[in-house]
Design a protein around this ligand. Structure first.
Ligand code: HBI
Ligand code: FE
Length: 289
């Protein structure tokens, strides 16, 4: 199941590939201030929590400006590094459009920025989630290859009706993935990197499970889109992640046929468990509802 309703209407201002002009000069100073506030909050938090490729990418793209970055400026550096460019879109786009952009090394980034009263959470990815969270990782050649391979896999998966499995792979890597390093676990998932509270929770809180990444395990595991994850998957290296996409997913899908989904907080006998979570956070949130 993808994140979004199957049919969303293309805004008339968007081109056939759903891209729009960023119109960088039209952002207000208040909108630039929202970026600056979010940027400072995250860069105060992330050293020691974000993985090195992310921190290096942040520097390489010189996102340390005081406001919303101009895609034209980012793209000069990004294209030189890994052949990726950032393109502006109105918001979530249909899966087929999304995958086609990724397969061609174009990252579709929301053109809008959240309102000051949405600093801590918003459902739809805005420019801060997309550009601060996702784009710095695209400066890493291995991760850049992974994202393109993911897009190509997505186009194939759609053809086979396997999108729901692939969406879980995206969710537990690109959005909420953790990386094992000699200094300990570090974050590479954009959904965590762009969230102040989850940047701390994902690495330090005893509540969630943290398990070694396993492709079939991930593809069977449900996820939540409305709160912190209850399970995080840890890859031993970004190269190991890329190697996953070099496998024949068709054979994987066949093995998955008929296998039941795995609940978001389950621990299975075959799991390599790094943290056996208490689920205290989720249970408390459950009790509040
Ligand atoms: N569109 N702009 C945008 N950004 C996303 O992250 C995105 C999307 N459309 C679909 C989608 N993600 C998910 O369904 C992925 O799992 C494919
Ligand atoms: Fe995202």
């Amino acid at each position: 199941m993808s994140l979004i309703p199957e049919v969303i209407a293309k805004p008339p201002s968007a081109r056939a590939d759903w891209t729009i002009d960023q119109s960088w000069t039209r952002y207000s100073s208040a909108q630039h201030q929202v970026w600056a506030t979010l940027y400072k909050r995250q860069t105060d938090l992330l050293p020691g929590r974000a993985c090195d490729p992310f921190l290096k990418g942040l520097d390489a793209l010189d996102l340390r400006r005081s406001g919303i970055p101009d895609f034209a400026r980012i793209n000069e550096g990004l294209f030189q590094l890994t052949g990726w460019t950032v393109v502006a879109v109105p918001g979530l786009v249909p899966d087929a459009v999304f995958f086609d952009h990724l397969a061609n090394r174009r990252f579709p980034a929301g053109q809008f920025i959240r309102r000051p009263d949405q600093m801590d959470y918003l459902q739809e990815p805005d420019i801060f989630h997309d550009v601060f969270g996702h784009v710095p990782m695209l400066t890493d050649p291995v991760f850049a290859d992974y994202m393109q391979a993911y897009g190509q896999g997505g186009l194939r998966a759609m053809g086979r009706g396997q999108l729901h499995n692939l969406a879980r792979l995206y969710w537990y890597t690109v959005e909420f993935g953790l990386l094992r390093t000699p200094q300990g676990l570090r974050i590479y998932g954009a959904g965590i990197l762009s969230s102040a509270s989850e940047s701390v929770f994902a690495i330090e809180d005893p509540s969630p499970n943290r398990l070694d990444f396993d492709l079939q395990r991930v593809m069977r595991t449900r996820y939540r889109i409305d709160d912190f994850q209850q399970t995080y998957f840890v890859v031993p290296s970004l190269q190991a992640l890329l190697n996953v996409t070099l496998r024949d997913f068709g054979a994987v899908y066949e093995r998955l046929e008929g296998q039941p989904d795995i609940p978001i907080d389950a621990l299975l006998p075959g799991d390599q468990v790094i943290t056996r979570g208490t689920q205290a956070y989720a249970n408390k949130r459950q009790a509040q509802t």
